[in-house]
Design a protein around this ligand. Structure first.
Ligand SMILES: [Zn+2]
Ligand SMILES: [Zn+2]
Length: 317
């Protein structure tokens, strides 16, 4: 019986190897080494337990339930500077055309020029910047149909506005490769996959792209802090960019450092290797395979308002 099973495995391996060599355009289509999620990588302040859940491929599998509150490895904020004379330490960052800009006083003072739009004038005669000051302001300003009331406001939702910053995530203990990748759900209703891209070791969500066109279209600015995160009252604190401030696990072979796990349990790594190079064999999801890490993802550039593009593994429903 054992021998029959062994023979069958060899046959299956042979079949999958055959299909691998045919699809050379898909460098991610290799699964010799599969690396389980390491629960010890999650930081103090997170709670990791094991639960049994149905995955997107219909199978039932062990998943880690990760419960996290505020990040314990860096501060949240600041977001909006208060005066156009303020330096970069008073504000966060903004992402535009693939670049990361410090939101300091000078950035705010220069917005009409930066965007070629004279409507931008987010400060008074004393140089004081109009910043949302209450939870209601923060909620109202996040509404894309907010209208003129919050035009030329810097929108800032502070941790005090969120009574419970606790978030719960589920990721498969062992990643399960799918034959085709799953797209992420679009913001709002609709879409099939999960909306979250993954989580950092501090339990903070790597989020969908921030709706910067809506934000700017309302002539508001909703900066991210230097860690690439900000708060809305529904999602809590979440990241839109990997800027290198959350905990990263250095790799001994010069490969990019690991910064978290995708929603399918595959590892998420920084964009660039230690020598500054970016892997040149990433698939459409921004993933590739090596024997040390198995299949894994590399995040997009910090200024891109994007992390990864799809999931090649099954995710918890
Ligand atoms: Zn956001
Ligand atoms: Zn890699």
């Amino acid at each position: 019986m054992k021998r029959t099973l062994a023979t069958l495995s060899v046959l299956l391996l042979a079949v999958s190897c055959g299909s691998d060599s045919e699809s050379t355009t898909d460098p991610g289509d290799t699964s010799d080494v599969v690396v389980d999620v390491d629960p010890d990588l999650f930081l103090e302040g997170t709670t990791v337990t094991t639960v049994s859940l149905t995955l997107s491929d219909g199978t039932v599998a062990d998943c880690y339930k990760v419960v996290a509150g505020s990040p314990t490895d860096h501060e949240m904020g600041p977001w909006c500077p208060r005066n156009i004379s303020d330096g970069e330490e008073a504000g966060g960052i903004w992402l535009e055309n693939g670049e990361v800009y410090d939101v300091d006083g000078a950035f705010v003072a220069n917005m009409a020029t930066f965007y070629g739009d004279d409507t931008w004038h987010m400060y008074d005669a004393d140089g004081d910047i109009y910043v949302t000051e209450t939870e209601q302001d923060c909620i109202n300003a996040a509404n894309p149909n907010v209208g003129d009331a919050y035009r030329n406001f810097c929108v800032e939702c502070i941790p005090d506005y969120v009574s419970d910053l606790e978030q719960t995530w589920y990721i498969p203990v062992t990643p399960v490769r799918q034959s085709s990748p799953a797209d992420f759900a679009a913001m709002g209703p609709g879409g099939s996959g999960p909306a979250i891209r993954g989580i950092a070791f501090n339990g903070v969500e790597f989020s969908a792209s921030a709706p910067v066109d809506n934000i700017l279209g309302a002539h508001t600015l909703a900066p991210f802090d230097d860690a690439g995160g900000h708060i809305n009252v529904h999602q809590g604190y979440h990241y839109h960019a990997a800027t290198g401030l959350s905990t990263a696990v250095t790799q001994s072979d010069g490969h990019a450092a690991m910064i978290g796990y995708a929603a399918d349990g595959y590892g998420i790594y920084e964009q660039r290797n230690e020598d500054g190079s970016e892997p040149d064999d990433l698939d459409a999801c921004r993933g590739h395979y090596d024997d040390a890490r198995g299949y894994h993802y590399h995040v997009d550039a910090p200024g891109s308002n994007n992390f990864i593009n799809c999931l090649y593994g099954a995710y918890a429903n």
